[in-house]
Design a protein around this ligand. Sequence first.
Ligand code: AR6
Length: 179
Amino acid sequence: MRVMVNGVEIELVRGDITAESSDAIVNAANSALAGGGGVDHAIHRAGGDAIMRECARFGGCPTGSAVITTGGELKARYVIHTVGPIYVDGQRGEPQLLASAYASSLRLALDNGIKTISFPSISTGVYGYPIGFAARIALETVFDFVMANKGLRSVRFVLFSERDLAVYSKALERLAKGG
Ligand code: AR6
C-alpha cells in the first residue's frame, strides 16, 4: 500500500529490511547499541563488523534518540540506529518515546542528505509494544514530519509478517482518510 503526503511517498511492504536499497535503513537497537536479537541481529549480520565498530564510538543512545553509522556491506549506504521504548502499560511515556524514535531518525536522515529511508516496526518485537498502537504512532509521526519538512522522497515500512503488514495497512488507511 502506498500514499503520497506532501510530495513524499509513504509505502508499506512485507519483507526483510536488510535487503532494502534505500539510502538508509533504520535499526531497532537497544540503548547500549550492543547488538541483540530480532532486526538488530539481522542488520549486524548482513552489514558486517564496520557497523558495530562505529556504534561503539557513540557509547550508547538514549531511548527515543537515534545515531547514524555506515551501512557496511548492506545495499543501504547508512544505518540509523534508534531506540524505542520497552512497553510496560502505555502510561510511562511509551507513546512519546516511540514517536521520538521515529522523529529523531527522520531528522538525522534529513541532516545527512538522505532521500529514501526504510523502517522496521520499532518496539513491537522483543520490546512488546502492541502493534496496533505502535503502527498508528509510527505513521502519524511520519505524516507530521513530512508535512513540516521538505527533503525526503520516500519513507517505507518493511514489515516482517503478513499480519504486521495488515495492521499497518489498516492504520494507514484510517490516517489517509483523516481518521
Ligand atoms: N526485517 C524487518 N523486520 C524484522 C526483521 C527483518 N530482518 N527481523 C525482525 N523484524 P525487534 P524491538 C521485525 O525485536 O521490539 C533487539 O534485541 C520483528 O518481527 O527486532 O524494538 C535489540 O537489540 C518486529 O516486528 O525490535 C533490542 O534489545 C520488529 O522487527 C530489542 O531487540 C521489531 O522487533 C529491540 O526490540
